[in-house]
Design a protein around this ligand. Structure first.
Ligand SMILES: [Zn+2]
Length: 254
C-alpha cells in the first residue's frame, strides 16, 4: 500500500521552494513523519488552509521513496482561538516542538497523539491557564515516553516531608540531608511537588480548574525544564524560550 489515510496534526510547517510546504505531521497510524504539501504556498491551493501549525484533519498521503506527499486533506479543526491569542499560540507551538523533538519518526504513538489533541482542544478554550496546561503536557508526555519523573519524595531515603531540592548533577529530587552538594541545586517546595503529582494523574478536563501561584508555577517550570534537559535528547527548545518571554511580558504588564 502506497497510500496512507490517517488522522494527523501538523507539528511544523516550513516553506519548500516557491510553491510547496514541508510538513512535520504526527499521524495516528504511523507516528511522526515528513510530508510535502505540493502547491500549498499558492493562495488558491486547496491545501493552503490545512497546512498551518496544529491543524487537525484527515490526511490522505502518498508514500514516495523518502517522503510522503499530501494528496487530500479534510480539515476537522483549525483551533482559531489559539491562533488569535499570542499566549495560547506560544503554548501550542511549544507542545508541537516538544513532540517533534521527543517522538521518533515512523513509530505509532496513539497515546501521545491523543494527549496532544486533547491539550490543543483545552488551549482553544478561553478559561485554561496555559502555563498549567503546558506543565501537565510535559509531565504526561515524559511519562508516556518512559521518562516518568520520581515525584514521591527524596530519591535516596524516600522522605516525603521535605523540604526538597532538585540536584542538576543527579537529575533528581532529594531531601536536605541526602542532596549531593555538587552541581546546580534549587529548592522544590512540597506544595510544588504535590502540584506536579496532581498533574501527572489528572485528566485534561480537570486542567481548566487548577490554579497555582506565580512562584509555584515558576518552580515547576524550572523543574520540568531541567528534567527534560537532563533525561532526554530534546536539546535547546526554542518554543520554550519564546513561551517564557511571552508570559513574563504579560506578567510585567498586568
Ligand atoms: Zn533523603
Amino acid at each position: 500500500m502506497k497510500l496512507l489515510k490517517t488522522k494527523a496534526l501538523v507539528l511544523r510547517s516550513r516553506p519548500l521552494g516557491e510553491r510547496d510546504r514541508l510538513l512535520s505531521l504526527l499521524t495516528l497510524e504511523q507516528g511522526k513523519l515528513s510530508a510535502v504539501a505540493p502547491g500549498a504556498r499558492k493562495i488558491k491551493s486547496r491545501l493552503a488552509a490545512g497546512v498551518d501549525y496544529f491543524t487537525y484533519g484527515d490526511f490522505l498521503l502518498y508514500k514516495g521513496r523518502s517522503l510522503y506527499t499530501v494528496n487530500q486533506l479534510e480539515v476537522e479543526m483549525n483551533f482559531a482561538r489559539i491562533r488569535g491569542d499570542i499566549r495560547a499560540y506560544a503554548c501550542g507551538m511549544y507542545l508541537c516542538e516538544l513532540v517533534a523533538r521527543l517522538v521518533e519518526e515512523g513509530q505509532p504513538v496513539p497515546p501521545v497523539f491523543n494527549l496532544l489533541l486533547e491539550c490543543l482542544f483545552c488551549l482553544n478554550k478561553k478559561k485554561v491557564d496555559g502555563e498549567i496546561l503546558v506543565r501537565f503536557f510535559e509531565l504526561k508526555l515524559l511519562s508516556l515516553l518512559g521518562y516518568r519523573p520520581y515525584l514521591t519524595g527524596c530519591l535516596k531515603c524516600g522522605d516525603e516531608q521535605g523540604p526538597f531540592f532538585w540536584n542538576n548533577e543527579e537529575g533528581a529530587i532529594f531531601c536536605r540531608r541526602c542532596c549531593p552538594r555538587t552541581g546546580e541545586i534549587f529548592p522544590f517546595a512540597k506544595g510544588t511537588l504535590a502540584l506536579a503529582n496532581f498533574l501527572l494523574e489528572a485528566s485534561p478536563e480537570r486542567i481548566g480548574k487548577i490554579r497555582a501561584g506565580v512562584e509555584q508555577k515558576k518552580e515547576l517550570q524550572h523543574f520540568t525544564e531541567k528534567f527534560i534537559q537532563y533525561w532526554t535528547t530534546a536539546g535547546f527548545l526554542r518554543g520554550l524560550a519564546f513561551l517564557e518571554e511571552v508570559y513574563s511580558y504579560s506578567r510585567h504588564k498586568s
